[in-house]
Design a protein around this ligand. Structure first.
Ligand code: FE2
Length: 278
């Protein structure tokens, strides 16, 4: 049974099924009517333990317990994110959607700027046109690119004081393989956690992150509206792609240049490695 859900504070975790309660360290606190069970020792009963890492303010749970720590493998992307202080931002709006597309198509869509000026002709082209996209670095567990802002875009505010002039006018987009993507800009960030439901369906948990005190700014509200608008455009595109995703329709084709297609190459190569190794 899911012990807890949502957000809040609690001094005990109580299971909603039979009301077994646990301390916050996982140790069983109380199990109703179990005193009568011979051989039941509550002191050796506890919730299972998992390794946990915090990176960029996100908690990553190592369920298998055998994979290597994540953070060292993300070290190469940290210089590009460091000045944005994304770990100090908080969710100002979180929502869930289900899109009728394959989750990998959504990762690819998020990580390539090739479609920005076309799919998002009225929403993002004037902010982050395709031609200004720049591939950053990639590693065993991630790939990343920078979407530079159009010179005519007014400065997005507020931004952390450490940002360089280039960072003030760009967003950094990262895919931590396989199903976590984030775009970090000067004033806001958006992350997506992709939860595949079926081959052709994915539930997405999305959230907009802002700096302290920025929740009610007009700039923040404008960004949230923008996020909903470009998401709607991506949803319509990806669902159309999914409807046509039949093997017999797939010719051999070329990827776009490195600045756009390179990210798809990184992701596809890593997915292939995972499939071969499993
Ligand atoms: Fe898009």
């Amino acid at each position: 049974m899911t012990l807890v859900d949502g957000r809040g504070k609690a001094s005990l975790l109580t299971c909603p099924y039979h009301a077994w309660s646990y301390q916050l360290d996982g140790q069983l606190f109380k199990a109703p009517c179990m005193d009568a069970v011979e051989g039941f020792d509550p002191t050796v009963c506890a919730l299972p333990e998992f390794k946990l890492e915090v990176w960029l303010g996100f908690m990553f749970v190592n369920i298998s317990g055998v994979v290597a720590p994540l953070a060292p493998k993300l070290a190469d992307v940290e210089p590009f994110l460091k000045n944005y202080n994304a770990e100090d931002r908080h969710s100002t709006q979180t929502w869930h959607e289900e899109w009728q597309t394959n989750w990998k198509a959504l990762v690819e869509n998020f990580m390539e700027g090739y479609h920005l000026s076309v799919t998002h002709a009225t929403t993002l082209d004037w902010i982050t046109p395709t031609e200004l996209c720049e591939k950053l670095t990639a590693g065993d567990v991630f790939t990343a690119y920078r979407s530079n802002y159009s010179p005519s875009l007014p400065q997005r505010l507020p931004f952390p004081v450490d940002l360089t002039p280039k960072e003030q006018r760009s967003s950094v987009l990262v895919n931590v393989y396989p199903n976590f993507v984030i775009t970090v800009g000067p004033n806001c960030a958006v992350f997506l956690i992709l939860l595949p439901v079926r081959v052709e369906s994915v539930v997405i948990r999305m959230s907009v992150l802002v700096q302290d005190g920025a929740d009610d700014l007009a700039e923040t509200k404008g960004y949230i509206d923008l996020a909903h608008a470009f998401n709607a455009e991506d949803k319509a595109t990806l669902e159309a792609i999914q409807r046509n995703a039949k093997p017999s329709f797939h010719p051999i084709a070329h990827l776009a240049p490195e600045a756009f297609g390179g990210l798809i190459w990184d992701f596809t190569r890593q997915m292939t490695r995972l499939l071969i190794n499993n």
